[in-house]
Design a protein around this ligand. Sequence first.
Ligand code: ADP
Ligand code: ASP
Ligand code: MG
Length: 413
Amino acid sequence: MKFGGTSMAGTERIRRVARIVQRQQAAGHEVAVVVSAMAGETDRLVNFCREANTLYDPAEYDVVVASGEQVTSGLLALTLQALGCKARSWLGWQLPIHTSDAHAKARILEIDSAALIAAMQGGEIAVIPGFQGLSEHNRITTLGRGGSDTSAVAVAAALKADRCDIYTDVDGVYTTDPRIVAKARKLARVTYEEMLELASVGSKVLQTRSVSLAMKEGVRVQVLSSFIDDDAPPADSLPGTMIVSDAELEGQEMERQLITGIAADKNEAKVTLTRVPDQPGAVAAIFGPLAAAQINVDMIIQNIAKDKGETDVTFTVPSSDLARTQALLEAQKDTIGYFRMISDSHVAKISVVGVGMRSHAGVAATMFKALADRRINIQAISTSEIKVSVLIDEDETELAVRVLHTAYGLDGE
Ligand code: ADP
Ligand code: ASP
Ligand code: MG
């Protein structure tokens, strides 16, 4: 069971979490619980690091930001004990949860679960702070923002758990963010692949890496709400959204929609280089330095050269990397041979995702028409097998999501 920040924000909410956990144990389950820091706490700690030293050392940053989860894991163990349950906390270094050395974005390598399993078999509830691990150099690491989801899936895989229930502040995965579109519908099931695409294009309900890990390890994941009242039915009735394999969804094709969901991401920036020489090596000269600097390029468009043997190249990078991108390309101006660099961080990427589009034509056309009808201009397009994304003006994000939600027939009550 994993509980997110909103679910852990304060004594009363932690008590509610403890009761949900207690009910699962009373139903005969052995339970391990992964917790997030209280809502807002990680942001507060990140700010302290920035104030202390703008060029902060990521290893010390991890020491600071991992502390939020230490607090909530101890508090949940205390609260469970107050309810008469046997419970203890297991910090990342105590298990340990071995990770890579990449501070602030570490990857889980392995979890020693022997001690956990022994404690759980003795009837003790294990409480594990999410987001944190231990590096090969014996230092505390964190897994990137939203990383407690990944901790939970990794613990579930290590324990060979029957299920990994991710409790959050919405009661499942919706066709789009229910806080933006009131008519969003809850999905009973979504495939790993679709969830992976949705998470990677901006649905922050699950951290992307938690989904790829669940897919790789075959962990059964359910997303559900922790804001349930005391006599709500036990989670055995699967009230939330199940993340399932393609095979599991077979036979239920009838209920399947062409489009599963729509996501928006405002954290992209667009860069255009004009009059790049149209010759072998030109594009490599642009993207080589960005790759070396670990900057993730997303959409790329290169126009056909017209007459002069020159062409424009447009691409997107995360907004947080825009300044570095500009500096790198400025430094390479003569090598690349472009004329002007134009950038814009006031853009948003809107994506429609669904495995149904593998076998259906016209998904992209529907998208373009719906946006055109509202006079929303498309600045860039990219596609994958199960996704179409467009880049638009950031001010039109909410409108675009709502219009597309209707255009694909996803609106609920
Ligand atoms: P937690 O603190 O529990 O980890 P998050 O804030 O990380 O919670 O994720 C839950 C939030 O994800 C919801 O409050 C919702 O606004 C947002 N969200 C974005 N897209 C979706 C979606 N398709 N379905 C459900 N929630 C979504
Ligand atoms: N507390 C961390 C964050 O806010 C990890 C998490 O909650 O998943 O990013
Ligand atoms: Mg989260």
